[in-house]
Design a protein around this ligand. Sequence first.
Ligand SMILES: [Zn+2]
Length: 356
Amino acid sequence: MPEGERPEDPKLQAEAARKAFENEFERFARFGEAETALRELGELRSKHTGKKSALSAVKKMVGRVEASERASFGQLVQQIEAEIVRKIDEHEASLKSLVEELRRERERIDVTLPGRRPRQGHLHPITLLRQKIEDIFVSLGYAIEDDREIETDFYNFTALNIPENHPARDPLDTFYTTEGFALRSQTSTVQIHAMERRNAPLRMIAPGRVFRRDTPDATHNPMFYQVEGLCVDRGITMAHLKGTMTEFVHRLVGPETRTRFRPSYFPFTEPSAEVDYSCFKCNGAGCRICKQSGWIELGGSGMVHPNVLRAVGIDPEEFSGFAFGFGIDRMSALMYKLDDIRLLFENDVRFLEQFN
Ligand SMILES: [Zn+2]
């Protein structure tokens, strides 16, 4: 004990008494605990005064004690009961006022606190990538076209040189709405509308939603975003297509990116080619993102089929063109290293917040 402090000092003892009380009373002073204590007190009341209490059992004995002692025994029992009830009532009243006070304290508004800032939103990762792609093509002289999502057979298939018996027309692949109408399965439909409206020459891209009957899994969704591009002019060749795709990946992925064209088949282009670009992660050495191949698939491309030009009244003898298309969802999944593209449409804010 430090010098100068005498335990027998009455003031100190008074302070010690206060401190001891504060220590034990603290738990009652907390809102939740005060409420708990109040509830426990209610339980205590029914335990000691209720029908199954020891006191209640004793009350039943009053009639059985000898007549001479009955009056004094009855008095004793009444006295005990009154004492228990009084103590509980008193304590309950003070606990109730404490709870009330703590609740007022908790709900009091502190007008000096700064206001809550509205949460600032941001663009969806798919929108961010779409805008980046649009910027690149606008700078290359392309217009951005948008159009309807429900299409007629003519725009979705016939004008794109997809014949009646083609498997793409199968209801297993396409969402038909009413007879002759379907949710567009590619944004090439927009190219047909644009060519009809603006005629040749034209350069345009059509970003937008398309719909196919795919079962959702880590790499498929029945609805996804595409960008399709079209360039029609006099003297357009495959070299223009290759140059455009190469310039695009240079600007989107990086100047060191290489492109590769593999022969392919699409009804609306001839010749057709799949476009790959060297992996942005390993630069062609092979890694998990490119599945060890060193290449990532960009999408399909090719020279516009003469039948497609004829379908919109453009003379294929005078004009030629190239077209290309790729999926924005899969590209953003790759760039953001997502294992599952379904995450992009689940709208979980905690997930989406990472991309602002
Ligand atoms: Zn790689």
